[in-house]
Write a protein that binds this ligand. Structure first.
Ligand SMILES: [Zn+2]
Length: 134
């Protein structure tokens, strides 16, 4: 049975390079060619970035971060509950959506940086025990 992934590269460096939208290997090439589309290969060091899976992890982590750091503290302000929803909902939801969409690519970059550091590739999907029942 194959062993679980070991840390193959410096974890913190790879995550921070990914968070900044750069290749976790060299820190120079761009991670994305569109909003959330990962470059197949780094244009600088030719690292195959497409082989590191992100799946739904970045979306879950973004929801977790925004929900705990923005939405939950916001609910402690009485103005949120007392104001007219016709005015307060757009005022709250539009910036919240913009913030979430701004954070998501950063989190996805950091996620792929983490996958790179841990050496988890899309070919390791057979190690994913949650899919064993399928
Ligand atoms: Zn690179």
């Amino acid at each position: 049975m194959p062993r679980m992934a070991e840390i193959a590269h410096p974890l913190r460096r790879s995550i921070f390079r990914g968070l900044s939208g750069h290749c976790p290997a060299c820190g120079q090439g761009k991670m994305f060619w569109k909003y959330l589309k990962v470059n197949g290969r780094c244009e600088v060091c030719d690292t195959d970035l497409a082989r590191y899976p992100a799946d739904d992890g970045p979306a879950y982590l973004t929801i977790l971060l925004i929900g705990h750091l923005v939405v939950a503290p916001m609910l402690f302000f009485p103005i949120v509950w007392r104001s007219n929803p016709a005015y307060s909902l757009p005022i709250i939801l539009i910036p919240l959506a913009v913030l979430t969409l701004a954070v998501l690519p950063r989190v996805k970059g950091g996620w792929i940086g983490m996958m790179y550091a841990l050496g988890v590739k899309d070919t390791d999907a057979h190690l994913h025990v949650a899919d064993a029942a399928d």
